[in-house]
Design a protein around this ligand. Sequence first.
Ligand code: PLP
Ligand code: COI
Length: 339
Amino acid sequence: MESLDWKNLSFGYLKTDYNVRCYYKNGKWGELEISSSEFIHLHMAATSLHYGQEAFEGLKAFRGNDNRIRIFRWKENARRMHDTALGIKMSPVPEELFRKAVFTVVKLNEKYVPPYGTGASLYIRPLLIGSGAEVGVKPSSEYLFMVFVTPVGPYFKEGFKPVDIMVCRDYDRAAPLGTGCYKVGGNYAASLTSLEIAHQKGFSTALYLDPKEKKYIDEAGPANFFGIKNNCYITPSSKSILPSITNLSLQQLSRDIGLQVECRPVPFDEVSSFDEVGACGTAAVITPIRKIIDPDTGKIYEFCRDGNPGPVSKKLYHLLLAIQNGDEKDIHGWNDCIE
Ligand code: PLP
Ligand code: COI
């Protein structure tokens, strides 16, 4: 893999050698299969294509200085995919099948795990879709679970540099009692128009407010939101956001370094009182926010005035990466190594 420019990878699809697949039929999961094809054979009436029975996950594997490959918190992704499956009436993937699929596909594509020190990682994408044919609106009785991997660099092209984002009130990514807390494709389809508007106006992503009152902060594109003030890590609790595993980890790391943690509704008005704000997620890691522009009021909220990430964001970012890379002791038992 000497030919890959590891340090300049973007967050995109690169072909690797293998993916793994498993089919649910007649009420049970079959054997895990290894495939070298990038394509799937799918019935044209599959429920995933018509009624959105589709869930995905995103997690990462990192190569340490000791050359070992560590997978970060896969059990949390297995649990979230399980919750998502139940949320849209799909057959959930048992934890052991999830584990076997993820570890097998990473091992098979070991040479694509970026070298230590490049800042890149191997992104792991599990996918669960309704594959059975239905025309009436009802859950499929057949499912395909598959996992592919692809080496990635930073999600936002700026990397760990502050980005500008734009408040979005004209579009919601999820309904108040809808599927926002699940990782289903429909939420992302619903976000595409607002993301395109944000990009066209020069912003990295859109900041969504709660869909019911438009009073509280929900999340920042494909990432959760956090703010820092008075020695406190503050992050929205909301029924319409994805429960981020990165956010959960940052809450723990914040406690570890002596910060208070508040997970509660965060009124958008509170933004002006934060010392630092950021977006967090598997793909986004921590992406510091420099400006939040509110196009409806014309207000601009500014952070990182010296152009650099704030001190707490910086500390949390380096701590998280150090644990993921195996440089820092994994005191919470978040990593599992590929043998
Ligand atoms: N919010 C949304 C909408 C996402 O797509 C993601 C990415 O998975 C996140 C938040 C961050 O979640 P996690 O930290 O588990 O990757
Ligand atoms: C992730 O952070 O894993 C995501 O899924 C974000 C985006 C690529 C959908």
